[in-house]
Write a protein that binds this ligand. Sequence first.
Ligand SMILES: Nc1ncnc2c1ncn2[C@@H]1O[C@H](COP(=O)(O)OP(=O)(O)OP(=O)(O)O)[C@@H](O)[C@H]1O
Length: 606
Amino acid sequence: MSPATPEPVSTRPEGARIGVSGSGTLATIRRGLSLSPELTRGFGLTLALAGAATVGKLAVPVAVQQATDHGLLAEGGPDVGHVLRLAAVTAVLLVILSVANFLVNIRLFTAAESGLATLRTRAFRHIHDLSVLTQSTERRGVLVSRVTSDVDTISQFVQFGGIMLILSIGQIVVVTALMVLYSPWLALTVWLVFLPMMLAIRRLQPFIGRGYSRVRERVGSMLGALTETIGGASTIRAYGIQEITRTRVGAAIEEHRDAATRAQWRSVSVFTLGMLTSGLAVAAVVGVGTVLVGRGLITVGEAVAFVFLVQLFTQPVNQATEILNELQNAVACWRRVIGIIDTPADVADPEPGVTSPRGPATVDFRGVSFAYPRSGRVLHEVDLHLAAGRRHAIVGETGSGKTTVAKLMTRLQDPTEGSVELDGTDLREISFASLRQRIILVPQEGFLFDDTLAENLRFAAPEATDGELQAAVEELGLADWFADLPDGLQTPVGQQGESLSAGERQLVALVRARLADPDLLVLDEATSAVDPMTEVRVQRALERLTAGRTSVAIAHRLSTAEAADVVVVMEQGRVDAVGHHDEVLASSQTYQRLHASWAAQRKDAG
Ligand SMILES: Nc1ncnc2c1ncn2[C@@H]1O[C@H](COP(=O)(O)OP(=O)(O)OP(=O)(O)O)[C@@H](O)[C@H]1O
């Protein structure tokens, strides 16, 4: 089999896709609650307060019945005193009920906000623990939407829905009990009118739930499309592809609108059904109630109280349907957030991890093969030794596996087969903290945050004083560049460093690496051209940075390969040759080809 042919390999769950939890509704709620313990803390008291408030709602219909039967229609004429006393007691009860309601709301808000902040933090931290590869299987916007808008939806449900669902059911039971007490026949009438609607809603529920799940997915895709477009604004403008981009974003927004409209349609239909049923129930109560009063089976007060009771019955029935919608929606979101938390961190911090002692670093690849998910092998049984304190350059055609080697060396990914060792210890056994002290990857485009230069440098050494930052700059021979900056260390770098030139951003990355002071420095050499003055500065800084340190550069320039102590030539996922520039130039046809093409380019440029 030729090396270029992808071989089927049994892969570990490298870069596992971030999925959606597949557990059932109850299991999802249970898991969701266990991930945010604040949600259930003190729930008993909240429930008791809410229960008292619910029972308190019966005060009005009971007072109406009592006032009618024993006040207005009292034997011997209306008893105003009795009615006023009843009104006073009811008013006091209503004040107590309002205070209880207020406390319930405050307690729910507080619990929901702190519980969901915990969930957000957990999900966010876990995204960070996932391998770069896993992260890149999802569009960034989709992940953002899971941590933000999905958690918001859960929050809406948890704040009101959860407890309201319990209370609504409680209210239906309590109201039914009072109705049966007043008149079993009228109670039966109300239930008979509502029963078909309740059954219909049960059948419609899954349908509504699916609608909301689709809305959540579309929110994620829409955010994904929007963040990509905003992040790639300059490329879009440069290639004049605004129209295509607008169409893509437009399509995502349109799909969301469509899904949201459908979901709302379903939910409004159920709501309307509820309204219609409650109207019919009142009509039925008035009709049947009049007959029953006429036959002397119930009192006038009881009949009037029933109109209020129907309302107290309708409200939770309608509310319960709405809350069930919200529940479906929240469970869909919970599944998505739990999906993040349950995605295995395939590049995990070992427990307990070994601390690798500082000092000159050697690296060994032993029979390393690697396959990306859904790709064939891209590295084939690579054996490689990198000697301490030497400058290495990895060269090869595009796609030959240079970056993959760098990712394995820095443990951004683990090998599918074989092992990578640092001073004889498998990288998988070394704690992240120790690894990050010893190995640093300087990417082509180091990420800069929208802050000052000093704060961006401090990402490598949070404790560093301004003096130490300044010293690092000087050590790399960049004092002249620094002197040119308008505000020195306090110069703002702009969003993603856009206020600096590409070359200056490379310099910042090198100073960061100097501050981190690793034993092994892995450099993805920048391919973007910079002005000659900055180029000289970059080269000078690189020379100083790599002096006496084990370094590996993914070399895109002939000069880097020529200046290295050791050149590693990659060819279609295998190591083709290792040696000094002169040696590999003599022995490797791949290197000869690369060299010839570089030399031609240099001649053209000159
Ligand atoms: N995330 C990924 N998923 C699937 N395949 C990938 C992924 N990243 C890289 N590859 C494939 O792995 C192979 C090696 O890629 P790698 O980036 O290591 O090559 P490279 O030599 O660094 O290339 P370049 O010089 O263009 O950066 C290529 O065939 C590439 O298409």
